[in-house]
Design a protein around this ligand. Structure first.
Ligand code: ATP
Length: 542
């Protein structure tokens, strides 16, 4: 049976009405690409973040053994949003974190050129090479860069030095001085040559589109009192680099041994050209990233391990079913550094029947540590005492290497949005048809306690039970109590907020010491002993 499509408008309205998500700066008309979380949304996101932290850092992969037969080990980290600007040169974000953008001169609308191409079937298929710092090479692209001045301008090369097509190398100045770059072709179909012939997607008129221009997605600011190029700093576009630059510090200051992971959560910023689809593509968002360092020979096994675990994990918090897929990238889709990448994708109402990325699991090889080693001139290799030839005394000679890295990088805002979309259910047979079927682990409200009527000693018993539940479960989420309105209305409010269990104190409670417990998803009620409520909840709030 096919389920009817969920309406994004209805979901967004519920989110605002019940305090999950508000437009940032709402009373000033909002600000495009920024969203705030209301009380229920903030708690939902915290539960998601806590679940990630617990299952990726504190008890990684649920205590499973890794492909090496040992228990998986991870440690936490917290790093700054603003780092030394060289971090972003080394990571490739200064030179490569660009989107080609086209402006409509008439309507002043701006959009991504690569998205434009989809609108014009049979349009130009000009492939634009982008410079990236990778080892793989494409001689042809190098020659193109050398011979085509306007192409150089488009990709931001200010001055060109030596070119070596055979090695796939160019010396180029992107504004940070002359440096050697390897080149590969990134297939970004651009309407580069014939922008004048392309009708504007907004007005349908030809001639109002500009040529595509590169647009760096990093927000920037200045440190100190003087605003110039020297004081310019970037807001991080991902949390991952903060981890790589502390690889050595973590190895030196803790007892971790490769293989191990470093995990963190935190805000990232991308000046997205076209923020859209509610919180899905925002300009400020939160990531939960793990960098798992391992020996190169074991990296493929670890890649598969994390890829499969991450899929299982999303299912475990309620995204099971056809709406969740694991998609392995084709070779032509891989980022310049990646040996393999898979995405966990969710079928959001606005992507259906297609899917949108929730998390990317990338095998980044030794790209990041090598880059930071080169740019910082600090050795970031690792001496592994348990490898190398066997010595006569029975110990190992040791091996020095730059670890490979597997990166499961999830977005907490996209995660929270997927949880909301998945939970959103319309059941016309109910008096109040909208409900959120959250998995108990992430539900922002864990339980509610209601006196059936606000008299006859029921409020007092309800308050005692509330206190008991609050003391036991208050740290995992909200516990509510509400003596007002009809019981049906109170249930409906809890259904809409996604509260899995409501306990009601009624006349029988006073005589038989039992309460009713109502299941949100089925509306079914059963009676249990008052003194069993805590245990009942403990079993279900896993
Ligand atoms: P996309 O292709 O959708 O732009 P990405 O591949 O650039 O995403 P990554 O750099 O892999 O994303 O970041 C890891 C995760 O961070 C993504 O899977 C996503 O959940 C989240 N994320 C990235 N960009 C945004 C954004 N603009 N808004 C909200 N979440 C984001």
């Amino acid at each position: 049976m096919t389920t009817p499509a969920k309406s994004m408008d209805a979901i967004m309205a519920l989110c605002k009405r019940r305090g999950f998500v508000y437009q940032a700066s709402d009373i000033y008309g909002g600000i495009n690409g920024f969203w705030d979380y209301g009380p229920l949304g903030a708690q939902l996101k915290k539960n998601l973040r806590d679940a990630w932290w617990q299952d990726m850092i504190m008890n990684p992969a649920w205590g499973r053994k890794g492909p090496d037969g040992e228990r998986v080990r991870c440690v936490p980290l917290e790093t700054c949003i603003i780092q030394h600007p060289k971090v972003w040169e080394a990571s490739g974000h200064v030179a490569g974190f660009n989107d080609p953008m086209v402006d409509d001169k008439e309507t002043k609308q701006r959009f991504r050129a690569d998205q434009l191409s989809g609108l014009f079937a049979g349009g130009s298929d000009v492939i634009m090479p982008r410079c990236t710092v990778v080892a793989s090479t494409t001689g042809e692209a190098v020659e193109q860069i050398a011979s085509d001045k306007s192409l150089r301008k488009t990709i931001g090369i200010r001055n060109l030095g030596q070119v070596n097509a055979e090695a796939g190398l160019v010396e180029a100045d992107f504004g940070q001085g002359m440096q050697a770059w390897s080149v590969r072709v990134v297939p970004v179909p651009l309407l580069r040559e014939n922008a004048a012939d392309i009708p504007s997607p907004f007005t349908g008129k030809k001639g109002s589109l500009t040529e595509p221009r590169q647009f760096n997605l990093m927000f920037f600011s200045y440190t100190g009192a003087v605003f110039n190029e020297e004081s310019k700093v970037f807001l991080r576009p991902e949390t991952a680099q903060g981890i790589f630059i502390h690889f050595k510090n973590v190895v030196d200051s803790t007892r971790v041994k490769v293989p191990f992971g470093i995990g963190n959560t935190g805000r990232s910023f991308r000046n997205e050209v076209t923020p859209r689809n509610f919180t899905f593509r925002s300009r400020e968002f939160e990531q939960a990233e793990l960098e798992f360092f391992c020996h190169p020979d074991e990296s493929q096994d670890w890649y598969r391990f994390w890829r499969d675990f991450r899929m299982e994990w999303w299912k475990s918090i309620g995204l099971a079913g056809d709406n969740l897929v694991l998609r392995e990238h084709g070779k032509d889709e891989l980022s310049h550094y990646s040996i393999g990448t898979s995405d966990v994708e969710y079928r959001f109402p606005f992507t259906a029947p297609g899917f949108g990325e929730l998390e990317g699991i990338a095998h980044r090889g030794c790209f990041d540590l090598t880059q930071h080693q080169e740019h910082s001139r600090v050795k970031l290799d690792y001496f592994d005492q348990e490898r190398g030839d066997l010595l006569p005394n029975g110990s190992r000679k040791g091996e020095r290497y730059i670890p490979h890295c597997i990166e499961p990088a999830a977005g907490l805002d996209r995660g929270a949005l997927a949880l909301i979309c998945e939970a959103y259910t319309v059941d016309p047979s109910r008096p109040s048809p909208e409900l959120l079927k959250f998995h108990p682990r992430v539900a922002p409200i864990k339980a509610a306690v209601f006196p059936l009527v606000n008299k006859d000693g029921m409020p007092e018993v309800a308050e005692r039970l509330y206190d008991e539940l609050f003391a036991r479960f208050g740290r995992t989420g909200l516990i509510e109590t509400d003596p007002k309105q009809s019981i049906g209305k109170r249930y409906a409010r809890m259904d809409e907020a996604g509260c899995p269990f409501c306990f009601t104190i009624d006349g029988e409670t006073l005589t038989a010491q039992t309460v009713t417990v109502r299941d949100r998803d089925t509306g079914a009620q059963e009676r249990i002993a008052l003194d069993k409520v805590t245990g009942y909840l403990a079993e279900r709030l896993v």
